[in-house]
Design a protein around this ligand. Structure first.
Ligand SMILES: [Zn+2]
Length: 319
């Protein structure tokens, strides 16, 4: 099992300590974006709950650990969203309920892992309520969600909420640097919006587009060339990149350095010279454009690209 990211170690140690003194609740709702690595914490917790050795973490050697590693542990159930709509349906929850009613075959705990709990439809959620309310001894139900707001309140209220820590920029960069990462970590992290595990999946094409976007916006050679460039790229990716620049510049103006994603200094210095109000207006504009992209399919991206080029040239002013 890979080492757990440093920013998650305290949370895992706390949960395991609670387990070892019998105060770990039977139902946990673990909330965090997968790009921050929270699923690895759940991996480690599941392994520990199934392991039969009395150690601070799973021994990786007992029969239960070996069965789990092979994907064959009879007392572990993993539920994920399925089908075209990627939902968790009531059938999957009924299988959980049957498992909870059985006796553990390996004599240890029964562990249920329900991924993307926010994808449960209301029938599925209703079917799960009973086991959340009346758990059987030695059964742990771990629900994972990337969004607390989208997890049904009836589910939220019956679980202990565990909000998983997010890395600082330095922690995220350190993870990528140590991992023999093929790309410039700061750029990959920028593309992945600061989420290091998402950065691991960044492609060479995305890196190239990101760098070219910086060059073109930093030194635009006129309106028509900039708008043609924008038209050739994925507009939503370009807008998100611009948003990162603006957010970083605003934070620097406010002297906040904590969660800044790395961006070319020259670009940030250019933006920091602009009045804060212009930056906020430009940011509102980007948010509006991203909203349109999410809501509509038949957009005139050429027109949107031209408008964006004009807004950008207006914002940065002439040098
Ligand atoms: Zn073990």
């Amino acid at each position: 099992m890979p080492d757990l990211a440093p920013w998650l170690r305290t949370s895992l140690a706390d949960l395991i300590d609670q387990y070892r003194v019998n105060t770990l609740p039977h139902a946990l709702l673990l909330v965090g974006h997968p790009g921050h690595g929270g699923t690895l914490l759940t991996d480690a917790l599941v392994a520990k709950l199934l392991c039969r050795a009395d150690l601070p973490q799973a021994c990786d050697d007992c029969k239960a650990c070996r069965l789990h590693r092979a994907g064959n542990h009879p007392d572990f159930v993993r539920v994920q969203p399925e089908g075209k709509g990627q939902t968790i349906r009531v059938d999957a929850i009924r299988a959980i309920n049957r498992k909870v009613a059985e006796t553990a075959q390996q004599g240890g705990n029964k562990v249920i892992r329900l991924e993307q709990a926010e994808k449960m439809n209301s029938n599925a959620a209703n079917a799960l309520l009973k086991v959340l309310e009346e758990p059987s001894d030695g059964t742990f139900i771990l629900l994972e969600s990337s969004s607390l707001g989208r997890t049904l309140p009836t589910i939220r209220s019956r679980c202990r909420l565990v909000t998983l820590a997010e890395p600082t920029t330095n922690e995220a960069l350190a993870m990528l640097v140590q991992g023999d990462f093929a790309f410039e970590p700061a750029i990959a992290l920028g593309i992945a919006q600061g989420k290091p595990y998402a950065a691991l999946a960044v492609t060479a094409e995305q890196i190239e587009q990101w760098s070219e976007c910086e060059r073109r916006f930093l030194h635009p050679s006129g309106f028509s060339q900039l708008s043609q460039f924008i038209h050739r790229t994925a507009l939503d990716a370009t807008l998100k990149q611009l948003m990162l620049w603006v957010d970083t510049a605003v934070r620097r103006q406010l002297s906040e350095h904590g969660k800044v994603v790395p961006v070319t200094d020259e670009l940030i210095e250019l933006l920091m010279k602009q009045p804060a109000q212009s930056l906020f207006d430009f940011r509102d504009y980007i948010v509006g454009q991203l909203g349109s992209i999410n809501r509509q399919s038949n957009l005139n991206t050429q027109l949107m690209g031209e408008a964006l080029a004009a807004r950008w040239l207006d914002l940065r002013g002439t040098e």
